[in-house]
Design a protein around this ligand. Sequence first.
Ligand code: S3P
Ligand code: PEP
Length: 413
Amino acid sequence: MKIEIIPQPLVGSVKAVASKSHAHRLLIAAALSKRTPAISIDTTSQDIEATRACLLQLKKDHPVLDCKESGSTLRFLLPVTMALKERALFLGCGRLPQRPISPLKEEMEAHGCKFINKHRKKGNSAEICEIQGRLQAGVFTLPGNVSSQYITGLLYALPLLESGSQIRITTPLESRGYVDLTLDVLKQFHIEVYIEEKEGCPTYKIPGGQKYLPPGDLAAEGDWSNIAFWIIAGILSSDSGIICNGINPRSMQGDREILNLARRMGGNLTVKGNSVLSMANTLSGIHVDASPIPDLVPILAVAASTAKGTTRIHNAHRLRIKESDRLASMYDCLSRVGAKITEEPGGLIVEGVPRLKGGTVSGYNDHRIVMAMTVASIVSEAPIIIEGAEAVNKSYPTFFEDFEALGGEYHVL
Ligand SMILES: O=C(O)C1=C[C@@H](OP(=O)(O)O)[C@@H](O)[C@H](O)C1
Ligand SMILES: C=C(OP(=O)(O)O)C(=O)O
């Protein structure tokens, strides 16, 4: 879908969609529980549905798990599945088959699992790997700077094994908030994990033979990673502002950091209960360490594009292995619409200009690029045309309905 976004301020209120990170974790923990609790998830997305469908496959002896484009689903369910089954086939589409699993794969291979790579097409998806052999307990060693999703997967799987295990992180842990969210959900399900830490590198000690015991029925929280687009939209828009509802400021989601980051840039934000009012203000450039908040980078780059001065986003190497190479795609999209941006090996430098000019960009089949460039239209002189806007379905299928409800105007070309 190619769409033209008309430049204009947004105003009104919007309710956060369900956090896919929280939803994946609750659904997996519930599926591993003997007495399955009800998990309420207000809204859904392609990634959440991929996890649901894969969990249904776990009822089979030889499950076929189509993770679609969801890195979380694949990396979480690789070890979980092999803690339960002798054989499984994993599929994926879009960029997922190219996204790395090797550090996790090597550790699983050292602990009883044999990976067979086939790369055959299966409908719209491709085979990523077939795995044979149950996962065995032991010491798992992983780098902390590729994907925290490997750690989450093992934290879910290892309590199910007979003996105890350890996960040793060998370099400072990035995306730590996601691991903390995992530990929080595991704790709610009465799973014990002991943590030791040395110079930013945690070791997780996980007793074996544990049972997932749900605390009762649970609900997925509002999504900080996605509400961040509307928080920045409010600051770039008008004095009346955007009210973002259904978002918990005490959430374990690391992307609640958007509040601090936007305030550091000069954003005018008021938090009241589970709502954030975001009002127009002039922004200034800041330095951002992206390692704890990789998913916020596309919208922060948009905020920086018309901020006063220079914004430096560093420690962002891992953005290259997401749904697109997000450093290259944000560089390309923002420079095409008139921003002054430099791509570095592990980051972006953005020098604010008074207004963007508009133009045509690819959405790079990446939901966060499409959403970020839609918000960029607010500070643009001419329309921004985005190719492949349907990529929003991965995490936020109702994004353009909410955009219209906030007064946004777009045309399908
Ligand atoms: O655990 C999670 O829910 C996620 C972890 C992060 O990935 P990495 O740890 O690979 O950076 C993040 O980018 C992704 O959108 C969701
Ligand atoms: C990177 C993302 O998700 P995943 O890794 O689960 O595909 C994302 O939602 O931005």
